[in-house]
Design a protein around this ligand. Structure first.
Ligand SMILES: Cc1cc2nc3c(=O)[nH]c(=O)nc-3n(C[C@H](O)[C@H](O)[C@H](O)COP(=O)(O)OP(=O)(O)OC[C@H]3O[C@@H](n4cnc5c(N)ncnc54)[C@H](O)[C@@H]3O)c2cc1C
Length: 478
């Protein structure tokens, strides 16, 4: 039996996989998404994101896989020859993987450039996401000639807002939550810019597939803590999955308790949804030493409901931005840097701030000449790019009666292990489904109708039959 299959079998109870791995035959392929229509009413509005297949994003946020360390983020903060400066959420020392981290990195890189640059220099910034816009604003205000080169038609990067008649407020297709808003300088900046945010109560409700609400329990969190404490004493890093198994923390009872839920079911749900989907990576990849997935919603978080993207665009007001300009080469010369675009033009500057996502760096779509130092290449290769995508559904009226903001199904075999219920915070019957890691990769291959069907099917445990009667399908966007 292969090690990975044993771990998957041990943790998730996916005995099929474990048994398949014992034989000579190939492992069972991942089960396809359910394609049957569910009893959930059709939404009146539907949006789906494609960050996983977007070459300018290549995923959602960075994470620390087995063997990677926070120091590798610090390596990327080191300028190369005093000419190339990296920023972006993946380089952040505070809040990596978040919008706050992106902003912190933009401020930090601007300080680094200011320490080296001479008055009047021309600074190129690659990427008009929050990190790039923050850096560009500071450098432009300091009197430098700044040009921002952005591959998309719009600013914002992984902050992407959609407004349409069918939505009651601008919806966020990328980042939507300001984590720990009270101690987060970004929330003050959003307030100053009059971008509306809405406090949320982060209560999680876990249900069985049959719809029974699971009693609260810390058994999974305790198991993770035990595994991590054990892992800290080991000579080398290992995955959270390995740590759970090898420490013995995953040896939980599989006997059904209240509502037919076992402790092992709870652990499987926790590692799949709370850890895996939140990090955009699977637990057999996440570092037991360092990976700290940010919960999708926690107490003190706020939801952006007032057009997040316009905040980034406003940061760039009065700054020279070249949209739809995909940088393919960055060459360091004796006097500065030369940037070449995919469509052929070249730009020169004294220094360049590179804020493209980690996944873009990993894909090698920007060629550096001379090549980046080994330290930087090592860091880019070691850090991981997590995958997360969303479906956003608005219903005519709620078909659910719970006021919990986060939903998950304990024994559910679904590609949408986490749902955010925006009704309590916004008064609107909007649900946001999250898919991450391998599931996000799989869903990226599917058409809109199949994704919608899978999303609706995964909501069945939350259907309150007294509130909804099934309606004929109106199809995607219907
Ligand atoms: C689905 C999803 C949900 C998320 N949820 C949250 C959340 O709730 N809370 C939170 O804090 N964070 C969340 N995040 C993470 C957050 O969006 C990011 O951490 C943050 O926006 C990253 O900002 P950045 O400036 O570092 O990178 P980006 O916003 O990605 O900016 C980089 C820019 O570089 C451009 N670019 C790429 N390649 C090139 C090239 N070759 N040439 C020119 N331009 C290029 C890109 O188009 C992009 O505009 C989420 C992300 C996703 C995808």
């Amino acid at each position: 039996m292969s090690r990975r299959s044993f771990i998957v079998g041990s943790i998730s109870g996916l005995t099929v996989l474990a048994v398949a791995a014992c034989t000579e035959s190939a492992p069972e392929p991942t089960p396809p998404m359910p394609s049957t229509r569910s009893d959930i009413p059709q939404p009146v509005a539907f949006q789906r994101t494609s960050w996983t297949s977007d070459p300018l994003a290549t995923g959602a946020f960075s994470y620390l896989p087995v063997g990677a360390t926070p120091e590798q983020r610090a390596v990327l903060r080191e300028p190369v020859d005093g000419r190339i400066f990296f920023a972006g959420e993946h380089t952040a020392d505070v809040g990596p993987g978040t919008v706050q981290g992106a902003r912190v990195s933009g401020r930090r890189v601007a300080t680094d450039v200011l320490q080296r640059a001479q008055p009047g220099e021309r600074i190129a910034v690659v990427g008009a996401g929050l990190a790039g816009a923050t850096a560009a604003r500071i450098l432009s205000d300091a009197g430098f000639e700044v040009v921002v080169i952005e591959g998309r038609e719009r600013a914002g990067g992984r902050i992407s807002t959609f407004s349409g008649d069918e939505w009651p407020f601008p919806i966020e297709l990328g980042a939507a939550v300001i984590h720990d808003a009270g101690s987060n300088s970004l929330s003050n900046a959003l307030a100053a810019a009059r971008i509306e945010t809405t406090p949320v109560e982060a209560r999680v409700e876990r249900r069985t597939r049959a719809g029974a609400v699971a009693a609260e329990s810390d058994v999974a969190e305790d198991a993770l803590l035990e595994a991590r404490t054990w892992a800290e004493g080991q000579l080398t890093d290992l995955s959270i999955a390995d740590a759970l198994v090898e420490s013995g923390a995953a040896e939980l009872s599989d006997e059904s308790g209240e509502g037919g839920i076992s402790d092992a079911d709870r652990l499987e749900n926790y590692v799949t949804a709370d850890l895996g989907t939140a990090a955009g990576a699977d637990v057999d990849d996440l570092s037991a030493w360092f990976a700290q997935p940010v919960p999708v919603l926690a107490e003190g978080d706020e939801l952006v409901t007032g057009d997040f993207q316009s905040f980034v665009a406003a940061e760039l007001e009065g700054i020279d931005v070249l949209p739809s300009s995909h940088v393919s080469h960055i060459t360091t010369t004796e006097h500065g840097v030369s940037l070449r675009l995919v469509r052929g033009e070249s730009y020169s500057a004294e220094r360049v701030v590179v804020t493209v996502p980690l996944g873009v760096l990993k894909a090698g779509t920007i060629e550096f000449e001379p090549p980046l130092p080994f330290s930087h290449r090592g860091a880019i290769s070691a850090l991981g790019m997590g995958l997360q995508d969303k479906v956003l559904l608005r219903f005519e009226k709620p078909f659910w009666s719970t006021d919990a903001a986060v939903w998950t199904v304990i024994d559910g075999d679904t590609d949408f292990p986490l749902w955010l219920n925006l009704l309590p915070a916004t008064g609107e019957a909007i649900l946001v489904g999250l898919t991450g890691g391998e599931a996000a990769q799989r869903l990226a291959e599917y058409g809109d109708q199949e994704v919608l069907d899978a999303a609706l099917a995964s909501l069945e445990p939350f259907l309150d039959p007294s509130l909804a009667s099934p309606r004929p399908s109106s199809g995607v966007g219907g």
